[in-house]
Design a protein around this ligand. Structure first.
Ligand code: NAI
Ligand code: ISE
Length: 336
């Protein structure tokens, strides 16, 4: 069975996901594209999906009888409207992070999906599909003993001037917010944010780096360094300190060089390369579930928890290091 897919938002990641569906994965075909910048959709049609029809709006694409399932890869502020429309149409929907830019918006999606009565939404938290994180989770389950501490770092080489302080949370930290509660099988109770001096390559509207300290229900203390102008590469680190031992996220495979009297490993510079295999596996999972008219993997509930936690972290950015509590309602049975 081939699932007919429509993509809303054909920028960096929309184009890359369209490529993997048409050229890498099995079971899906891009039949529809939509972007407020029509030239972007036309370029993806020309390069990747010659048979796709271009729709003037995302809503028209979702309503089309020729579209079985939808990828929402437009800007975060537009996700909620399209995910709600996909649920109303009863169509499986893969939505890039964030599920919505407010916790209220994410809650509206949870409520709509619960009212529909079946999971239709997968959120693009691809790290859960990364082989390194999967191995780390298994080590935490079977070897480290109960976790006590997590030390993590999320470093990007550079960000544009439009990237401002709160984006360190809802654009960047949001990946750790999701993957660490999945890794620990836990939830957060409070957040703090600490700042060292600003790095020289930052700009006036960005505090960079930042250290976010999260505490969990089980009493694990997590520190995450967010450093988005680190310059040297795209670098994701994670170490879990347990009662019996310490487990560390593996480094991506890299050729080791002995050259010029130095022993060296290259470091990646782009998120697309760091998680290329994880994106493939997450979308293959989406296609598999969509063929059965449903969704699996990171859920709307996970997107909602991430939004609540992001809001608390953003509040903590302005609380002079004081902890901000994180509370949420009970998880609906649909997500148990
Ligand atoms: P981008 O700016 O390269 O592409 C977004 C596209 O959406 C643009 O072509 C824009 O014209 C289009 N667009 C904006 N509003 C629209 C609307 N209302 N309807 C239709 N099209 C619309 O951005 P990028 O980097 O591709 O990010 C898109 C989303 O993917 C964001 O939510 C971002 O957070 C997420 N993302 C996730 C990553 C991951 O590692 N999982 C990596 C990069 C982005
Ligand atoms: C980007 O949107 C992503 O999702 C990347 O994975 C992350 O590393 C980066 O900081 C974000 O801007």
């Amino acid at each position: 069975m081939t699932i007919k897919i429509g993509v809303i938002g054909t920028g960096a990641i929309g184009r890359d996901h369209a490529r993997r569906i048409n050229q890498v994965l099995a079971g899906g075909k891009i039949v529809a594209l939509s972007d407020v910048n029509r030239a972007s959709a036309e370029a993806v049609k020309a390069d990747i999906a010659p048979d796709a029809v271009i729709y003037a709006t995302g809503e028209e694409l979702i309503a089309s009888k020729d579209v079985d399932a939808v990828l929402v890869t437009s800007w975060g502020t537009t996700h909620e409207q399209y995910v709600l429309a996909a649920i109303a149409a009863g169509k499986p929907c893969f939505c890039e992070k964030p599920l919505a830019t407010t916790a209220d918006g994410a809650r509206r999606i949870v409520d709509a999906e619960v009212a529909f009565g079946r999971r239709l939404v997968q959120v693009g938290f691809m790290r859960r599909y990364d082989a390194g994180y999967v191995a780390l989770k298994e080590a935490v389950r079977s070897r480290t003993g109960a976790p006590i501490l997590v030390h993590a770092a999320h470093r990007n080489p550079a960000v544009p001037e439009a990237y401002i302080t709160p984006m360190a949370i809802h654009d960047t930290l949001i990946h750790e917010i999701d993957v660490l509660r999945w890794l620990l099988d836990d939830d957060y109770v409070s957040a703090r944010v600490l700042y060292p001096r600003n790095a020289a390559r930052s700009h006036s509207k960005l505090r960079d780096p930042q250290v976010v300290v999260l505490e969990t229900k089980k009493g694990v203390l997590i520190d995450v360094e967010i450093f988005v102008n680190c310059h040297y590469g795209y670098d994701i680190q994670c170490e879990v300190v347990g009662e019996d031992g310490i487990a560390r996220l593996p480094e991506p495979m890299a050729i080791q060089m002995r050259l010029g009297a130095k022993l060296q490993n290259d470091i990646l510079t782009d998120w697309k390369d760091r998680f290329v295999a994880a994106y493939d596996v997450e979308l293959q999972d989406f296609l598999k579930a969509a063929a059965m008219g449903t969704a699996s993997g990171p859920s709307s509930w996970d997107g909602y928890v991430a939004a609540i936690t992001s809001d608390a972290c953003v509040a903590a950015q302005d609380s002079n290091g004081s902890p901000v509590p994180i509370t949420m309602s009970d998880r609906p049975a649909l997500y148990s």
